[in-house]
Design a binder for this molecule. Structure first.
Ligand code: MN
Length: 737
């Protein structure tokens, strides 16, 4: 792909295009050549060469990719708007709207100073992708532009070099790979590597040279033996050996932490045949002639890579015990492997009927998909991280039950799969079947897996998933869904609290009245007020007073006096009568539907409440409600904060859906089998034991503390009664923290 030097003449450019496109617009190419030459005038490159040589070299690279007239002309003009007096309007007047749009896209990208601060890198990458998504030919010119700048990077001041090289390795080389342009990717990587790790590059390069010199005979031997065997079997094939690039060898050394001496497969061979059938026949010939290296066989013909790459890969131990990596493919596959998306770009001119429309390529679909992701990500740097990861990851290919192909990065889980199908599918996923069998949602998917997602409506994804998925799309969607769910929970709790506060005040609650009072509360929406109240950041009394300013007379928002005293009943006799009333007489109490309901509820630690207990809720700012049994001595700690006390009651639709922790303490007689008897009684009554701790105070007795999980108070009392009836139990009581 080396472009000619010195500066290409006008007729040379036309000849290069004519060689693959006899119907090209010569006059247009000539006009672009002269226009750009005049526009750049006496400008010079860092190398001292006339600036105009640069756009010509970029155009030359693109003629190697056999691109259409518009792309070649855009390449010749690509720096005129940014670096000379030309305007997009000039270009449009002289060259038409299509070429003007391409040059405009390239000008926009050029304005992004990629190598500046890291803080803006994500945003720039986003703009780059948006600019190229309009027309993928913009990306092709940009990549050729970068390739020529990398080829001449040694003229740039050293301080700038490494940053440009790193950006090339981080973004442009993977992008070229993603567009299927393998040769371009390799050259970009190698040029970047040369400047980022000059010592490593030189060492590997020298050894490669020596090894190549020593094994020249070997490469030709393998080539000719292979060729002969294939011909024997009636397969016409072209065999071409090549050595790998320093960067790909260095990457392998890093990844596998092996030294260059141990790295045996530095030579690769391409076997190009006529059709798919011959690919598999050639593979048979190869595997019959030499032993294959296990685990290295990959069939990208039956399952192409996401960038449309198709080929069979295998590694054999060839003559001289030298490992040789083989790629077997057809001519058409070879062209896609080399040119990638550019192999299809000429379709527009109708030059090559074999080429597919660009939009029909997987590489283009990936680009569109990535741009769609942009819309969902608020933070551009996060986006850059995700996209970078996805650029580098290998892919796994999975299928929906209907046979739709879903490509995911390696390491992806069924949750990633669900989100790749649709955000709604991900948000409602509760289980999955992989290849027809129930599998954990967090297993790692393999190539060819058929995945069926089991869904349940009204579900919220657990926030823990966020750290476990690998695709940016799933991560962003989970974060959004959990944020929304938490906010809904707090708003729901806030609504209950606010409605009850209005009831106590003898006032009517309406959203409209609250809306009118928003400025007084310095909030922007009703939901905002309710969520803030639920989170404990705003008190319900203040909300009532905001709506009814004349309500200032009310002394306390809730008729609660400070509880005091400790003991079996945490609340002092006479006070808090309200909380002691039976549930049926407190209709305004907030119903608690267990731990998985729509309120942010937790239970007090160390002997909390179970359904059936009379309960009190304590509002913890930012954490929701903690439920205490009314006897809890821990309640004394909140006696001076009446605003945090919430009137709550159990409202369990069905007992037996959820277990609740309860703690019992007992003194048992020491004799063989005591513990077995006790645990047997608990098991018989279907109580779960979470924890047992024992202290032997005397030779005769042991004190035990048992943490149980029970359905409700009735269940707990039944277990206590049964244990009390045992002769080995001398004393038993429930413990309330
Ligand atoms: Mn340029």
């Amino acid at each position: 792909m080396r472009a000619p030097s010195p500066m290409m003449r006008q007729y040379e450019l036309v000849d290069r295009v004519k060689a693959y496109n006899p119907n090209c617009d010569e006059a247009l190419l000539d006009k672009a050549y002269i226009y750009a030459m005049k526009a750049h005038g006496t400008q010079k490159r860092a190398s001292g060469a006339p600036y105009f040589s640069h756009p010509l070299e970029v155009a030359a690279i693109l003629t190697d990719l056999r691109l259409d007239d518009a792309t070649i002309v855009a390449a010749v003009l690509h720096d005129t708007v940014e670096d000379t007096d030309s305007t997009v309007a000039d270009i449009e007047r002289l060259f038409g709207a299509e070429i003007a749009a391409l040059v405009d896209g390239l000008t926009k990208i050029k304005k992004l100073d990629f190598v500046s601060k890291k803080a803006t890198q994500g945003e720039n990458f986003r703009k780059l992708l948006l600019a190229v998504a309009e027309d993928v030919r913009v990306l092709l010119v940009k990549l050729a532009d970068r390739l020529h700048n990398m080829r001449t990077l040694h003229f740039v001041p050293p301080a700038k070099r490494v940053r440009i090289a790193e950006e090339t390795l981080d973004i442009y080389a993977p992008l070229a790979g993603r567009m299927g342009m393998q040769d371009m990717r390799e050259e970009l990587e190698d040029l970047a590597f040369q400047h980022i790790k000059p010592d490593a590059y030189q060492t590997i390069g020298e050894r490669l040279d020596r090894l190549t010199a020593a094994s020249t005979g070997l490469i030709t031997e393998i080539e000719s033996v292979l060729q002969a065997r294939l011909v024997e079997r009636g397969i016409s094939a072209m065999v071409k050996g090549r050595r790998k690039q320093p960067y790909s060898i260095w990457k392998k050394m890093e990844r596998k932490s092996v030294s260059f001496e141990q790295l045996s497969d530095v030579f690769g061979f391409r076997v190009i045949v006529d059709d798919v059938d011959d690919c598999y026949r050639a593979l048979g010939v190869v595997h019959t002639a030499w032993p294959m290296v296990p685990g290295r066989y990959k069939d990208y013909i039956s399952t192409p890579k996401q960038n449309d790459y198709r080929s069979i890969h295998t590694t054999v131990i060839g003559p001289g015990h030298q490992r040789a990596e083989l790629q077997i493919r057809t001519r058409a596959m070879d062209r896609v492997a080399e040119f990638g998306i550019a192999a299809h770009a000429l379709y527009k001119d109708g030059v090559d009927p074999e080429r597919r429309p660009l939009d029909d390529t997987a590489a283009y679909r990936w680009l569109r998909h990535t741009v769609d992701l942009l819309a969902e990500n608020e933070n551009p740097d996060e986006f850059l991280e995700h996209t970078k990861l996805e650029l580098f990851h290998d892919q796994v290919f999975c299928f929906t039950p209907k046979g739709l192909l879903i490509a995911l990065p390696r390491g992806a889980t069924p949750i990633d799969f669900a989100y790749a199908v649709h955000t709604k599918v991900g948000n409602t996923a509760v289980g999955c079947k992989v290849n027809g069998r129930i599998a954990p949602l967090l297993s790692e998917l393999q190539n060819g897996d058929e995945v069926e997602i089991i869904r349940s409506e009204g579900q919220t994804p657990p926030s823990a998933w966020e750290a476990l998925v690998v695709t940016g799309k799933a991560r962003a969607a989970i974060r959004r869904a959990t944020r929304a769910a938490v906010r809904r929970q707090y708003a729901g709790l806030g609504r209950q609290i606010v409605e009850r506060a209005f009831e106590r005040a003898g006032r009517a609650f309406s959203e409209d009245a609250l809306k009118a009072a928003l400025p007084r509360l310095a909030r922007t929406s009703v939901e905002d007020v309710l969520a803030a109240t639920g989170r404990g950041e705003m008190f319900s009394g203040d909300v009532v007073r905001a709506v009814y300013p004349d309500h200032l007379d009310e002394k306390k928002p809730a008729p609660i006096q400070a509880p005091a005293g400790k003991g079996w009943f945490g609340l002092k006799k006479g006070s808090h009568m309200k909380f002691r009333l039976p549930d049926s007489e407190r209709p305004e109490a907030i119903p608690i539907r267990g731990l998985n309901g729509d309120l942010p509820v937790t239970l007090a630690p160390d002997g909390g409440a179970v359904p059936g207990d009379r309960i009190v809720g304590i509002l913890n700012p930012g954490e929701g409600i903690t439920i205490y049994p009314i006897q809890s001595s821990a309640l004394a700690a909140f006696e001076n904060e009446p605003d945090r006390w919430l009137d709550v009651r159990w409202d369990m639709e069905e007992v037996g859906q959820q277990r609740f922790p309860a703690r019992i303490q007992l003194k048992s007689i020491n004799e063989p089998g005591t513990l077995a008897q006790i645990t047997h009684v608990i098991a018989e009554h279907s109580g779960n034991i979470d924890n047992i701790s024992m202290v032997r105070r005397t030779p005769d007795f042991t004190d035990m503390t048992i943490d149980l999980a029970v359905w409700d108070l009735k269940h707990l009392n039944a277990i206590i009664a049964q244990l009390r009836g045992k002769s080995v139990v001398s004393r038993i009581e429930r413990v309330i923290g």
